[in-house]
Each structure stands twice: as C-alpha cells, then as structure tokens.
Design a protein around this ligand. Structure first.
Ligand code: SAH
Length: 396
C-alpha cells in the first residue's frame, strides 16, 4: 500500500483525530496511488498515523478512514461503521421514530464524503469525496443491511465533487426509483420529498427541531417565512396556530412543492397561508415600504459563504436581510435567523445580527441559540462539521 508521508509537525492535527490532510502538509507520496485509493499516513518521525483516502486533485489531499493500525479498510469496515451510525440514531429518543433522518453525516460519523438521508424506505446517498466515490458499492451494501430499506438513490450532484475531480452522478443504486409521491411525517405534518429533483437529497432534515420550535412559538402570530423552500417552517407554524403565514421563495418548483405539502395536511387552515415567488432581498424592502409588520419572521437563506474566503460578501448579505427582518417586526416580535455557511462561525453570525438590530434601532435579546438536529452530529475533532447556526431574537 502506498504511504503518504507528512512534513514535520503536520502530524499534530491528525493525532488530534482531525480527518483532513491538506496538500501543504504532505511531504510526498511513496508508491503509487490513484484517486480514492487507501494510503497509509505516516508522520515525519516514521510513526503510523492511520489510513486515508487519497485525492490527488483536491486541496484536501487525503481524508482519514481510521486512526488505528489494526483497522483494515475493506467492505467489512464500511458495514461496521454504517451499522454503528444507524444504531446511534435508533437509540436516540428524538430520532428513533423519525421517518426522515440523516443516517450518515460524513466526517462526524467517521465516513468523510458520505451523506445518507433516509425518507421512509428510501435512502438518498450523496458521495462528495474520491474515497467515498471509490467505496460506493460497499456503502450501498452496508446501508441496505443496516436499515432494511429497499431503495437507494444517488444524488452526487453537489458542486463540491468538482474539487475532487469527480463528475456529477445521479441514479438508482438499489431497488426501484424513489416513489414520485415520497413523503415523511415530521411531528404530525406530512411533507413531500422530491429525492430526484429537490435540493440536496430532497429535503432539509437539519432544521427539523427548529421547525418544531417554530410551531411552539407561532400561536396567534402573523408569520413571515423567508426562503421557505417546500414550506416546512410554514406548515409547522400553521400547525402551531399561527394567525397568518406569508412564505417567500424565488423558486417556482419549491413553491409548487409547498402548495402540494399544504394540500397533504387537510387539518391545517389553508386560508391562512399565502405564497410569494420573489427575491427575498427585494420583497422585504417592498413589504417595509407597504407598511407591513409581522410577529414572527424566519430567515433561512441558502449558503451565502461556502468557505471562509466568501465571508465578507456573505456577511453583508446576512446583515441586509437581518436588518430588514428587524425593521419588519412588531414590538415583542421574534426573529428566527439562520446561517448554514461553514465560513461564518456562530460568534461572527451573532455579531452580524447584533449589528443589524442596532442599525434597525431595535433592542433585542437572544432567546435560543440553535443548531442542526441530532442526526447531524458534529465530531468534536471536526469543528468544520458545525455549519448550521440559528438565533432566536425577541425585540423589546
Ligand atoms: N427553510 C427551508 C430550507 C431553505 S433552503 C426548509 O426548512 O426546508 C433556501 C431556499 O432559499 C431555497 O428554497 C432557495 O430556492 C431559496 N432562495 C435562494 N436565494 C433566494 C432569494 N434571493 N430569494 C428568495 N429565495 C431564495
């Protein structure tokens, strides 16, 4: 097996069990390895550090599969690791009964580049690294065995594959194609999942608990849900007894999905829901100009800063929508505001939101600090895994 020899001092992060080895940490490759091959990772001292997937085209030159000399990377490794990740979800009281749940959350579950989301009997798999791509068959086998699911559909069409020199690929990996009417029950609300054409793997499971909190906060309130996608937050707000819910998204297909989702839930009062196809940045200004006010405003925008290099421009965009959000709140109103940008940490996000409140001339307090649901765990050795952060702020 080829060996990846690290430069002196560059073993430290690996010894702290961080799973990424950057190109700049590598002294040289000894032997031959192609993209996705397993290599032994060796410190400058000659010490064995672990086994990793080699990725010659990526700045992340290798991703660790294991830190233990006794662990061989083979089909059994994937079977074991996947079964353990699935078992952790089954044992978690918040997750065990969820019809939609993330089974594998990449690095934090010990499987760099592997995302697997389950929607009832269907798993949607996204492979984003050369190593994950190489072990596709083993991963599919492990998922089928650990879950009893019959269908696996691949959605490896994320742009990040390009960084690993991988082409986008989608299609059926096991069983039948996903049911055109695939739906999950999320805390009593039925939600359709378009596994084939929806965003990411079809749905944003990471916001599940935060949607539930929205339901709890929505009673009697006028709600504005910005970046609503297929209406997950909107429907939970209606379920919680919101007086009205105006939802905005720029995507027509997402709003069609939202309307269909509302129709799946005849228990909800559809007359309280209004959908608007618009750019949020423009729509918020127009609502302000029209003198509209709301009691609860949700801002769940797409990733403005995919990496730290975009942080500055992204910070301006976050500032802009949060400023408009604060201006549109009634006294006592609540802003639920999120960032899913890895490049913007919680501290920075909080300071952006604080600046927005101050520029809007509103005094506000933080009621809750939020993150992704428990099926999106963050490895303590992998702080990069913490991408979603949310603040629930009340204006005085
Ligand atoms: N809150 C949703 C997920 C939001 S994803 C949920 O819980 O399911 C972000 C959404 O923002 C996407 O649906 C995308 O279509 C939309 N979007 C992106 N840029 C936008 C813009 N400038 N104005 C309005 N919507 C936008």
């Amino acid at each position: 097996m080829a060996q990846l020899l690290l430069r002196a001092g560059k073993e430290r992060s690996v010894m702290r069990r961080h799973p990424w080895i950057f190109a700049g940490s590598v002294a040289r490759l000894s032997g031959r390895a192609r993209a996705g091959d397993t290599v032994e990772v060796i410190a400058d001292s000659g010490a064995f550090l672990g086994r990793a997937a080699y990725s010659p085209e990526s700045q992340i030159r290798a991703r660790m599969w294991s830190f233990d000399e006794a662990t061989v990377i083979d089909h059994a490794f994937f079977k074991r690791t996947i079964a353990a990740a699935v078992a952790r979800r089954s044992a978690h009281p918040q997750l065990t009964t969820q019809e939609g749940q993330r089974l594998i959350h990449g690095e934090s579950d010990g499987l760099p580049g592997v995302i697997a989301d389950r929607y009832r009997d269907t798993i949607v798999l996204q492979l984003t690294s050369a190593g994950a791509d190489r072990w596709r068959e083993a991963i599919v086998g492990g998922l089928l065995q650990a879950t009893g699911c019959t269908r696996i559909y691949e959605r490896s069409d994320s742009e990040v594959r390009g960084l690993e020199g991988l082409e986008p690929t989608t299609g059926v990996l096991a069983g039948e194609a996903p049911d055109a009417d695939l739906q999950i029950d999320e805390y009593g609300v039925l939600l359709g999942v378009d596994a084939v054409a929806g965003h990411k793997t079809g749905f944003y499971l990471d916001q599940r608990e935060n949607r539930r909190l929205t339901r709890d906060l929505a009673r009697g309130r006028s709600v504005l849900n910005c970046f609503c996608y297929t209406g997950g937050f909107s429907l939970q707000a209606l379920a919680g007894g919101a007086e009205s819910v105006l939802s905005i998204d720029s995507s027509g297909p997402a709003l069609d999905g939202a309307r269909r989702n509302l129709a799946r839930n005849p228990q909800l009062d559809a007359s309280r829901a209004e959908w608007m196809e618009a750019d949020v940045f423009t729509a918020l200004r127009e609502l302000k100009a029209a003198g509209r006010r709301f009691d609860l405003i949700l801002l769940d925008p797409p990733k403005f800063a995919p990496s730290a290099s975009h942080a500055q421009r992204a910070a301006r965009a976050y500032k802009d929508i949060n400023l408009l959000g604060f201006r549109l709140l009634n006294p006592g109103g609540v802003l639920m505001t999120y960032s899913c940008s890895g490049g913007i940490g919680l501290e920075l996000f909080q300071s952006i939101v604080a600046g927005a409140a101050s520029d809007a001339g509103r005094d506000a307090q933080i009621l809750h600090r939020l993150g992704a649901a428990a099926d999106h765990p963050v490895g303590l050795a992998f702080p990069e895994g913490e991408y979603l952060k949310g603040l629930v702020c009340q204006v005085l």
